[in-house]
Structures are given as C-alpha cells and as structure tokens.
Design a protein around this ligand. Structure first.
Ligand SMILES: Nc1ncnc2c1ncn2[C@@H]1O[C@H](COP(=O)(O)OP(=O)(O)O)[C@@H](O)[C@H]1O
Ligand code: SF4
Ligand SMILES: [Mg+2]
Length: 367
C-alpha cells in the first residue's frame, strides 16, 4: 500500500532510527479514569510490525485489543484517556501528536477498518461520494472527476460487480459483505502503509468472511502493506498472520512468530484459546473446551499473574507465585523471538502430555 518506497524516502525530521520497523509500540499504557476508579485497559504493551507483515492480535473481549489499536491512530480523547509509552510510525512519535498531524497520519499512513461497516459508512451519502471524499481530503489537488474515477477503481479492486453503477448506490443498497468490501476500499484508497482491521469479519457469515480475508491477503501482497488483524478467533490468525500477540487483561501474555507459537504455545491462556477453537487443526476428534470463568475486572486487576483465577495449571508452579508475582514476558523454552508470560518451567512438556491429547488426540499421537 505504499506509494513511496521506504528505501528511497528521505529521513524526516524527528525520525529516531531510519531502519526501525514501520510500527514500533513500546510500553504502551492506556488508562481511563472513571467514577468507579481507573480502568487499566492496556498495560506496558510492546510490539512491532514490519512493512509487508501481518500481526494478529488475539484475546477475549475486553482484553484491550481495540483500545491499543485506537491509540496507534491517536483516536483517544486526551480528556478521558491517559496514555504513556511510545508509538512510532516510521520513526515518528504518535503519542502526544497534535490533532492536525494525526489527521494527516490517518488515511495517509494508517487506515482502520472496523467490524461494523454500517457504522463507518454514512447512511445518507452515496458510497462512491464517501470514497471520493476521503480521497480528496488527502489529495487536495485532485479534481472531483479524478476522485470519482479513483472510487470506481477501488470498488473494482475489492470485487464489487459493476462498480461504475454501484458507485452511486447508498450503503443500505449494498449487502453486508459488499459494505465490508466498500469499507476496505475506503481504507485503502490513500495507499496507507499500515492497515488495522479490527474484527473485520465478525458480523459476516462464514463464506463471506473467508472471501473478505482472502481479499485482504491479496491486497496486502499487492501493496506490500503492513496489516494488524484483530480477532478473537485463532483460526483467522493461523490463516493470515506472520506474528501473533496474545492479549489478556490489557497485557501481552504470549508473542512470537505464528508458526512457532501456534504449534508450541507456552502459556495456559493461549492453550485455552486453542482449546476453544476446533478448526485450528484439521483434526476431526478435536474437542471444544471453553475457558472457565470470566476475564478479570480492569478496575482492579488481580495480583500476580492476571490469568491465575482461571488457570488450571497453577498447581504446577511452586508456592503461591502465580497469585503473588506477575510473570515477566520472557523468551520461552524454545528461545528466539517467542515470548511468554508464565511461571511454568516446562510448558512444552505439559502441552504435549496434557493439553494436546484433549484438544487434538490424533495430532498428539502423531507427535
Ligand atoms: N472510554 C473508555 N472509558 C472507560 N473504559 C473503557 C473505554 N474504552 C474502553 N474501555 C474499557 O477498556 C477495556 C478494553 O476494551 P477493548 O480494547 O475495547 O477490548 P477488546 O479486546 O474487546 O477490543 C474494556 O474493559 C473496556 O470496557
Ligand atoms: S503464571 Fe501461573 S497462573 Fe499464570 S498462566 Fe502460568 S501457570 Fe497459570
Ligand atoms: Mg474490540
């Protein structure tokens, strides 16, 4: 999605390191002071996304996925959200950036697509007019005719049939899948280098879901953009992502290359997520086992490991460590860039012996 080649783009003022990844999030903390107390929505979160790569962020509802991604776009109201840490896009700091600079960043450099396309598209304006409008905001020299042509081209790119006619439809004349495609077209119309897709297919039926995910992958390959895909579905992650970040209670609890992390997950919460998605492996005997209990309150997160009230493996950790001491996010037993936040000393062995036989018996036997 890059109009400019990073190899030839001159370094801009304020750039910290010319060779750092496209997006670097460091120690991001987002708190909301409320009447009931302070909501710790995101705590000390760090991750990176390289150009052309896909990061999947996964976790149950309320784990801080949307709040952290909205911070990347500078979408939080500074009167209600307290944000600390650093978010750098091509080396430029986003935290504390002025609203006028943020507006340029959004659309130009970063775009977001949401779960609910109806809410993102204005019901009273024609789809094409809305696409043309967002093109013209970032291309002030473009004529109306150019913008309309671009809108039709983008509708065509995302697979809307007869785009030259459908460009004049209102959003309610589009099906749910077509509205989602139109929103993707809107996200891509200004060639952003980073696209954040927040549960982009949750509201759609399974077939349309698969088509939209395929479309996103095709467009990413074509534009060499970076993509963050947010989902509660590890199946989507397995399909799409290079890296995966598992969030729980506003924190990263496991983070690493998708291929390693999904085959050798080292954190009981990730095991729980895998157990509740039957189609991650093709194993037909796989059982769906929901994670017991509920996510913790972010007004008063539990002491120690945030997952300890729900964890069925904490008896394997000596003493009361799980309930008293927050595990650090550290390289797991397999080393490399695969990180996990858990006190268990032998998670691989436990996963192979106890977890895999439950959720994928055939796969466990093969190993
Ligand atoms: N403006 C706000 N004020 C107070 N709490 C908020 C606000 N926005 C989000 N939260 C809380 O932050 C937590 C994380 O939310 P979110 O990032 O939306 O979760 P999800 O992982 O489902 O996307 C939730 O408990 C939510 O209620
Ligand atoms: S640190 Fe303890 S409670 Fe937390 S996931 Fe690991 S074993 Fe479970
Ligand atoms: Mg969300």
């Amino acid at each position: 999605m890059t109009a400019t080649d990073p190899m030839t783009t001159p370094a801009t003022a304020g750039e910290r390191a010319g060779d750092e990844p496209l997006l670097v999030v460091e120690d991001l903390t987002v708190r909301f002071p409320t009447e009931d107390g302070v909501v710790s929505a995101v705590t000390e979160l760090s991750y990176q996304v390289e150009q052309g790569e896909t990061l999947g962020i996964v976790g149950e509802s309320g784990s801080g996925k949307s709040v952290s991604s909205m911070a990347v776009l500078g979408l939080h109201d500074s009167r209600t959200a307290r944000i600390t840490g650093s978010i750098r896009v091509r080396g430029t700091e986003v935290v504390g950036m002025s609203e006028s600079k943020l507006r340029k960043l959004r659309g130009n450099e970063i775009a977001m697509i949401f779960q609910d396309a109806l809410a993102a598209l204005h019901p009273f304006y024609r789809v094409g007019a809305q696409l043309a409008e967002s093109y013209m905001v970032h291309h002030p020299d473009a004529s109306k005719r150019d913008a309309r042509r671009k809108a039709i081209e983008m509708l065509d790119r995302v697979g809307i049939p007869r785009p030259d006619r459908r460009v004049d439809d209102f959003p309610h004349q589009f099906s749910g899948g077509m509205r989602q495609r139109a929103m993707i077209a809107m996200g891509l119309i200004n060639d952003p280098s980073l696209l954040i897709a927040d549960e982009p297919t949750t509201a759609l039926d399974v077939t349309v879901q698969a088509q939209i995910l395929d479309l996103l992958q095709d467009l990413q390959r074509e534009f060499n953009s970076a993509v963050i895909i947010i989902t509660h579905d590890l199946g989507v992650i397995a399909e799409m992502a290079d890296d995966v970040l598992v969030m729980y209670s506003g924190r990263a609890v496991e983070y690493g290359p998708c291929k390693d992390l999904l085959v050798h997950p080292e954190m009981p919460y990730t095991w729980g997520l895998l157990s509740s998605v039957p189609d991650v492996t093709s194993d037909t005997n796989a059982r769906m086992i929901p994670i017991p209990g509920n996510p913790p309150s972010l007004l008063a997160p539990p002491a120690g490991c945030p997952f300890h009230p729900r964890c069925t493996h904490r008896d394997k950790v000596p003493g009361d460590l799980c309930a008293t001491t927050l595990p650090e996010l550290l390289p797991g037993g397999r080393g490399g860039s695969h990180l996990k936040r858990c006190h268990l000393s032998n998670p691989d062995a436990i996963y192979e012996a106890e977890v895999l036989p439950e959720i994928a018996p055939d796969l466990a036997q093969e190993r």
